[in-house]
Design a protein around this ligand. Structure first.
Ligand SMILES: Nc1nc2c(ncn2[C@@H]2O[C@H](COP(=O)(O)OP(=O)(O)OP(=O)(O)O)[C@@H](O)[C@H]2O)c(=O)[nH]1
Ligand SMILES: [Mg+2]
Length: 393
């Protein structure tokens, strides 16, 4: 059920929303927290706000450091994206995250049986089937990471910012227990790895624009009136709110704090070479029951890497679209990595914004087409492996 915040807290939240810069936002969030009662129902909210404060503080310190050239000591939460997708490696200590980085990427990172040896995020690029994945090893997850224990704010902050996550477990030691722990820390920090059944988007508008709620789906435990009341309690009077799928009042409240986020995930079950690993893998597969893809690997023996690449492509819904210049016989060799469902229009936008405004038509070569190449327009839906030639005015 919604957190039922007292009126003072709701007023304070309105001040957070109205804050101008990040510093003011952080200060208003700190004040807001003082008005949020401490009980089980508000635990997740408190955790999330604390994390937001930590992220802003980290950001401000980073800016200050850049300005003065002095280090403030804390590890970076945001790592600039490179390649087609940023994937964060999450797992308990010693599961083999650094070993995976060394086996698949160009990064230099220490592989050792000493626990908690990676305490800062480490990025690296994995090249696979014309796609570049940026992997980031996050400092190990432990019980309490979502409360900020260890470098929990960094690791979970990275996950929130990524395009996808790898949940890594050690097959020689209770992989189910490890997976449960990592999933529970993620859930406590409101990062979901299974697609939510519904979606709430709140598009804030200028004062006087009024509140419009568009429902394309169903409200599970409340009426439109309840939704409107909740929004108005938070002083959200000018916004377009789109609700799709099956949504609870809790989901609406989460959307106000922009908290719950969904990340595609792949489980990497590592150390398949060790005794007992095969049996544990069978238990893990049974437990996960098809809800998430599992890739069994031995990072030390470098097995399972191909399967990992393909599984990530599928889980993230990436398609590779190759382009060629009109008149040229071959494509450029470097594809655009697009989301499944992308159109010629999306591709054109990706190449250059002028490609969209000057677009005339495109030719597509694809095995699935009865006649190839085919002349198409901006709405043509692309698929993996398509070759496209764009003609401009
Ligand atoms: N047998 C076997 N050992 C592995 C494998 N992968 C990693 N290890 C060993 O497991 C230990 C921990 O590996 P790391 O890659 O450093 O683990 P980590 O997850 O990065 O650990 P932290 O950064 O400390 O959290 C090292 O002694 C590795 O040699 C594997 O596939 N098989
Ligand atoms: Mg490590």
């Amino acid at each position: 059920m919604p957190t039922n915040l007292p009126p003072d807290a709701l007023d304070k939240w309105a001040e957070v929303e109205a804050a101008k810069g990040p510093r003011e936002k952080m200060e208003k969030m700190q004040e807001f927290l003082k008005y949020v009662p401490q009980h089980k129902g508000t635990m997740k909210l408190r955790g999330e706000i604390k994390r937001k404060i930590a992220i802003i503080r980290n950001d401000l310190e980073e800016k200050k450091r850049k300005g003065t050239g002095k280090s403030t000591g804390g590890p970076k939460i945001f790592i600039e994206k490179e390649g087609s997708a940023q994937i964060v490696l999450l797992g308990m200590t010693n599961v083999g995250k650094s070993c995976l980085m060394t086996a698949t990427t160009n990064s230099k990172v220490l592989v050792t049986s000493t626990p908690y040896s990676t305490h800062e995020p480490v990025p690296g690029i994995m090249d696979f089937a014309d796609i570049q994945f940026q992997f980031i090893e996050a400092p190990a997850i432990m019980e309490g990471s979502s409360d900020g224990r260890g470098t929990g704010n960094v690791s979970l902050g990275l996950a929130r910012n990524a395009d996808g996550v790898i949940l890594m477990v050690d097959l020689s030691q209770d992989p189910i227990g490890q997976l449960e722990l990592v999933l529970s820390e993620l859930e406590k920090s409101r990062v979901l790895v299974s697609k939510p059944s519904g979606r709430v988007e709140i598009d804030r508008r200028h004062t006087g624009a009024a509140l419009r709620i568009i429902l394309v789906g169903s409200l599970v435990d409340c009426s439109m009136h309840d939704v409107e009341n909740l929004l108005r309690n938070y002083k959200i009077n000018d916004a377009i709110v789109r609700i799709s799928g099956n949504v609870t009042l809790d989901d609406v409240e989460n959307a106000i704090f922009e908290t719950t986020t969904y990340k595609p995930a792949v489980i990497v079950a590592n150390k398949l070479d060790l005794p007992g690993a095969e049996a544990n893998l069978r238990h893990l597969i049974q437990y996960v029951n098809g809800k998430l893809p599992i890739v069994a690997m031995s990072c030390e023996q470098k097995t399972g890497i191909e399967k990992l690449g393909q599984t990530l492509i599928d889980a993230l819904g990436i398609i590779r679209v190759y382009t060629k210049e009109p008149g040229s016989k071959t494509d450029t060799g470097r594809p655009f990595a697009l989301n499944r469902g992308s159109t010629i229009g999306d591709l054109a936008k990706n190449i250059h914004k002028e490609f969209l405004s000057n677009f005339l038509f495109a030719m597509v070569w694809a095995k699935r087409l009865p006649f190839s190449p085919k002349k198409v327009g901006l709405n043509f839906v692309l698929d993996d492996g398509d070759i496209v030639e764009i003609h401009l005015k």
